[in-house]
Design a protein around this ligand. Sequence first.
Ligand code: CO8
Length: 259
Amino acid sequence: MKQYEALSVEIKDGIFWITLNRPEARNALDSTMLQEIDTAFAEAEENDDVKVVIVQGAGSKSFAAGADIKQLKSRKPLEALIPGMQSLYTKIENSKKVTIAAVSGYALGGGCELALACDIRIATKNAKFGLPELNLGIIPGAGGTQRLSRIIGKGRALDMILTGKIIAGEEAERIGLVTYFVSEDELIQKAESVASDILKKGPVAIQLAKFAVHKGYDIDEGTAMWIEKLSQAVVFGTEDKEEGTSAFIEKRKAEFQSK
Ligand code: CO8
């Protein structure tokens, strides 16, 4: 396991836990942390025993308060074009592992965008989501303008982005920004239980189901249906399909093996 400075990383029972660990700066995403998130995801990606990555913030005050504004201040226009947060989050969205954001406290700016790049979001009562970039004279630049509207709809996304308003976990669940809304002390347990449902599935099926949803979302339905069909053709050739269908007929639990 690699050594990390701004993260704590742990692998437990098929889950790769990434904890953003700069609580004194509300887990703001500075260049070290972003580099380490990239490294940690690469590490998870290579590990066949890992099926789910859960991202959380250290302490209950903050998931991540966004890009490090102190570093952002000196960035020049062309630096916005360098692959950075946006590319990293696209990489996370494209990961073959299932990603879960377990959000307690602030998920603002790049922190909210990190959660948006994950497949599943769980929020506590004290979670606070927002894209307040316009307050800084910039715009959301790590996928927020695109992913937020795809997840909660254009009208609500425009309202959040243009006003910079911050919404609580309950409201986030009501508008579909998060899937689960739990109390503070249930967060880890809920994340583990969602992960455990996923861990029972075959890795190829997990990967291709995720791929079909993400890749099909932005293209015409006919082509997207072909992505689904071709993905299905791949899983039809796996031992897991044989095992899953046999287990049903034999009235036992399936034991999926494929890597
Ligand atoms: N960056 C750097 N430091 C931060 C950040 C941040 N985003 N957020 C908090 N901190 C630091 C504070 O400066 C403070 O440090 P110090 O103790 O040295 O003064 C410490 O964390 C504690 O912060 P507060 O005292 O403000 O704590 P509060 O609990 O009172 O408030 C908040 C917490 C509400 C989270 C508040 O700190 C805040 O509003 N933070 C900024 C939130 C924000 O605007 N985020 C958006 C950032 S921009 C962004 O994410 C753009 C992403 C896309 C970039 C793409 C580039 C190409």
